[in-house]
Write a protein that binds this ligand. Sequence first.
Ligand SMILES: NC(=O)c1ccc[n+]([C@@H]2O[C@H](COP(=O)([O-])OP(=O)(O)OC[C@H]3O[C@@H](n4cnc5c(N)ncnc54)[C@H](O)[C@@H]3O)[C@@H](O)[C@H]2O)c1
Length: 558
Amino acid sequence: MTSFASVGETEEIQRVVLIGFSGTGKSTIARTVAGVLDWTAIDTDRAIEIVATKSIPEIFAHDGEAAFRALERDVLLHSLRSRWAVIATGGGAVVPEDLWTAETLRAPGTFTVCLDAEPPTILDRLLRQQAITSETIERPLLAGDDPLGRITALKADRQAAYDRADLTLVTDTMSLDEVSQQIAALIASSDSPDVVLNAPGGRSEIYVRPGISAVVGSLAAEKWPRARKAFIVTDSNVGQLHEESVRTSMEAAGLVVEDITVAPGEASKSWATAGDVIGQMLDKGIQRTDIVVALGGGMIGDLAGFAAAVVLRGVALIQVPTSLLAMVDSSVGGKTGINYATGKNLIGAFYQPALVLADPNLLRTLPPRELNQGWSEVIKHAVIQPSTPDHFRNDLFRFLERNRANLTGLREPAITYAIRRNVALKSSVVEADEREASLRAILNYGHTIGHAIEAAGYEYLHGEAIAVGIRAANRIARLQDRIDDALEKRIGDLLTAYGLPESARFDTELVKAKMKSDKKSAAAVQTWVVPAQAGGVQLVTEVDASHVDQALDFVRSD
Ligand SMILES: NC(=O)c1ccc[n+]([C@@H]2O[C@H](COP(=O)([O-])OP(=O)(O)OC[C@H]3O[C@@H](n4cnc5c(N)ncnc54)[C@H](O)[C@@H]3O)[C@@H](O)[C@H]2O)c1
């Protein structure tokens, strides 16, 4: 079994350096992560006190801040030579830029994690810490009458240094234990799936790790020992890049491989192509015990998933998503289907893939525009998070704000972590409501107008249309006074920061007609998913026609 154990391109992680402001839990998390991994925990503040044989407040008082910083630097440089260590650093330790070199904090095998928290959370934690221990590292922060102001200003000052981390985790609402487990899970190897989705319609075991697609054969053979053949359904773009490694892995596990390649593009999500794919499966002798592998983006996942659901009344399905959109969204949850002339996904089945193998390495061949569009479903998840069973974490929006460069650069381990969290969030929604009787409808945030723009036949990718749909839904929420200007701007800014469009060219009447024929409005009343000021989204059926027109005007470019 492959495990996640690298940072950057190839280097195995040998040390974790926890950075961030005081009060973000670095020392406790270092101890817990080290305990889980059976590594050593190093606390640079404690090490300084041992070297200086006095407490940090005493060093500040007797020797001054410059002496403290020099000592802190020496201790940090010394700690960075350790292997199999989790190092908790002082709040200001990593600020000097010259510590971020390939010999120091960016050395091969060094994984820097910033623990982030909002200033009020930090103040609260420091006050509690002081009450318990009567000792805080940056005690001057708490002195005087505006500690919150001082924390806010100092954190802002240091933010550029903190943002150099390989991964920033938002810790305000997560327990220190959960943060520790998440960090350890990025390093420790495990045979268990990263996420398990248990829905009434079936169980999905989901692995999200670099290199996992190359071991699909052994996982399949273990799960379905009676399988004889694997039918790999792919499109010609993905096929020429990634099919060979999947085929080799299947053959090494003793399976006979049949491949079925369709033309790339949404047009293949059709009745005709589905008929052809199912026909090929039958002609090639598919049996009930055989396996279908959907190797591709969301189009292939939906098409091959539908074929697997109906051929011989259902055969085993493995999703190997290859686009970002498919990894974070379409491969998880069991919706499969094809389009019809009057709308998208009007024919299909709920059919859970027993295995989903998301391999972030495959994203490296994805064309930039295709990668970009995937972020819209990620941002959708971040906005809806407070309305999902994952609500108590409520961290994904700030996580996306803080980690943009590492995520859009597909840097490890940030990208693996982000996909895992998105998959877990979507799974939690699907587990609560597999058939979209209620909660699952919140996943349609941005889709009412987004799908209509797509169905109207414009040259926009799914995620691009959804981004425009999200902006339009936000506008409706603003017009209804459900959100303020600041929240509308914050969501819009995040979409823009991830390279998503602000508007689209379309004919308003055509898009309105498509909205009516889309199946989500089949119940006569259109349900809108709009953001709420307190966080999360609401389902709304009462929207003035004039507000819909204004929202469409808002996102239409001429
Ligand atoms: N079932 C669901 O829950 C669900 C959810 C969201 C979207 N969808 C569906 O997903 C589809 C959109 O998915 P998509 O954006 O992945 O489209 P896609 O499958 O058409 O892939 C986009 C393009 O990228 C290429 N590609 C994919 N992976 C690649 C890789 N690793 N390297 C190089 N090229 C690669 C494909 O050949 C294609 O040209 C839509 O049909 C949408 O309705 C389904």
